[in-house]
Design a protein around this ligand. Structure first.
Ligand code: TYM
Length: 527
């Protein structure tokens, strides 16, 4: 019944028992840090890690909460109940989710985009969360999906971490291999090949995608990237430049082929630049909130592109917590913090029993008398992600709080559910051949139907790269749907706002303010 993970050691004082100095207290008490490369809880004055404070984070990033209203609207537009991860607010925040629903209702489809940085050959349970959710969105909305495998990012990041030194398992070719292994893992989570294009950056980057990269690179300054992503002057050039790649991956115009249009490769000069009509297709990105800083950069600068894209919409999740408790996230670099998708049933059992932080009482008697705390209990938390039955979950929570369900019993239920999830995954994974992988990774026209009740049909993009209006609707110069006056006005306003923001940021840089301001204040408030 005792808690299985000790808290991190307090900072040392010179003499045993001596009170810590003011400097020591200040040093130990740290704010939480969350960006694409760091996720750590705040520390109190004794150096103890605190749980991640998602409400504070949401306010700092200035991303709205996902509310019951959104869930109702989701159900109204799709006719389907929201996934448990949304019902239970693991996906807790968003940007423009309502706009994407409005768009889907009217125009029938949008682009789904998510990704994975292949840092090792096997993904952990936490990585499966956004993909599980994205699969459900793909099934429900029946829209195209692109999955980016950032082998370049992870290579550059690892080299950066190792001060440029080549270390074992971290050569460029290793990350290409990891990307392919991870791609098979992702496929095994159940994506529909007809609607999914998955690519590794090293393989796909070129043509319209790379043109978008170059243009976006020309809009971003080093200081903007540093502010958003926590880089500094010692960060290697490649990692700075990588940012534009993850950003423009959110533009539909980076993938003309999936909409049945040509992507420029010599000698096909027909389409030199990404197409305006494709650029206008909006994108929804499901991910954990660590990736939000990238998409803040997208939203601030997309209106400045020669062929502007709408601001990317986001649905943002919390992190599946580390086995050790709610102050950090599951991380592939710490095997004791994570359950891997390749773990055997007995490994899962041992890890939960040995490492999963318990919110139970210190002794059996205490637990029965005072009850347990499911809010910090890792086994319970994992059940909230993987157990679909709302009633059973509510029962488990109530019994645990009362103390009638013991930590051992709770862990047992959690182990069963995780073994079931991982076991089913491994069965599907064994069937993902190289041939299947190649199908997913071949650029091709995707087949999707979108919203059957939408006013407009966009499936006629094939070959022409144009949207096509249904009977009675006005069409644009090349047969595509003509944007309305108010949409054009809105686009102009957005472009003006983006310009103004860019000017403001440039001015701040000149004044040397960027280095002293925390990233969220610098950027989040205006995205
Ligand atoms: P990566 O590989 O760090 O993470 C892949 C996805 O998993 C999310 N994630 C988690 N979700 C829940 N619990 C956790 N413990 C946890 N750890 C990671 C991440 O937020 C992400 O959604 N740079 C990216 C790759 C990328 C990408 C994207 C991700 C490129 N384009 C678009 C999301 C959307 C990366 O390294 O992800």
């Amino acid at each position: 019944m005792a808690q299985s993970a000790p808290p991190p050691p307090p900072p040392t004082a010179d003499a045993v028992g001596a009170p810590p100095s003011v400097e020591e207290i200040q040093k130990a008490a740290q704010e939480q840090q969350i960006d694409p490369y760091n996720v750590s809880g705040a520390r109190d004055e004794n150096g103890n890690v605190k749980a991640l404070d998602y409400e504070a984070l949401r306010q700092r990033f200035n991303t709205p909460a996902l509310t019951e209203e959104h869930l109702k609207r989701f159900e109204q537009v799709t006719g389907k109940p929201p996934h448990r991860l949304m019902r239970r607010k693991m996906f807790f925040s968003h940007r423009d989710f309502d706009k994407i629903l409005d768009h889907y209702e009217k125009y029938g489809f949008f682009l789904l985009y998510t990704g994975r940085g292949p840092s090792s050959g096997s993904m952990h349970l936490g990585h499966s969360v956004p993909f599980m959710f994205t699969k459900e969105l793909q099934d429900i909305f029946d829209v195209p999906l692109v999955i980016m495998l950032t082998d370049d990012e992870k290579f550059l990041y690892t080299r950066n971490k190792n001060n440029g030194k080549l270390t074992k398992g971290a050569a460029l070719g290793d990350f290409i291999k990891y990307a392919l292994e991870n791609a098979k893992d992702i496929i095994a989570l159940g994506f529909d090949v007809k609607k999914t294009f998955m690519y590794s950056d090293y393989e796909y980057m070129g043509g319209h995608f790379y043109q978008n990269v170059s243009e976006f690179e020309s809009l971003l300054t080093n200081n903007q990237i540093r502010g958003a992503l926590g880089f500094n002057e010692s960060t290697n050039v490649g990692l700075n430049a990588y940012a534009a790649k993850q950003c423009v991956a959110a533009f539909a115009s980076s993938y003309p082929t999936i909409f049945g249009c040509g992507d420029w490769r010599a000698p096909d000069y027909a389409e030199m630049r990404p197409r305006k009509q494709i650029a206008a297709i909006p994108t929804l990105i499901p991910c954990a909130i660590d990736q939000e800083p990238y998409f803040r950069l997208v939203r601030e600068n997309c209106g400045r592109m020669e062929m502007p894209s709408p601001k990317a919409a986001l649905v943002l999740s919390k992190f599946l917590t580390a086995l050790q408790g709610p102050g950090g996230k599951m991380s592939a670099s710490d095997p004791t913090s994570a359950i891997f998708m390749s773990d055997t049933p007995s490994q899962i059992k041992n890890k939960i029993n040995k490492y999963a932080f318990s919110g139970g009482g210190a002794t059996k008697e205490e637990h029965e008398q005072y009850g347990g705390n499911p809010d910090v209990d890792v086994a319970y938390t994992y059940l909230t992600y993987f157990l679909d039955d709302d009633e059973e979950l509510a029962q488990i929570e109530a019994n645990y709080r009362k103390g009638t369900l013991s930590t051992g019993e709770l862990k047992k239920r959690c182990i069963e559910e995780l073994q079931k999830f991982v076991g089913a995954f491994q069965e599907r994974r064994a069937k993902v051949t190289d041939e299947v992988l190649r199908q997913f990774m071949t650029p091709r026209k995707l087949e999707f139907k979108g919203n059957p009740n939408a006013k407009f049909s966009m499936e006629d993009l094939a070959g022409k790269g144009e949207t096509k209006a249904k009977d009675g609707e006005k069409t644009g110069p090349q047969g595509g749907r003509e944007t309305s006056k108010s949409e054009r006005k809105q686009a102009k306003i957005e472009a003006k706002k983006a310009e103004k923001l860019a000017e403001k940021l440039a001015l701040r840089e000149k004044q040397g303010q960027d280095q002293t301001q925390p990233p969220a204040q610098q950027l989040g408030s205006e995205a």
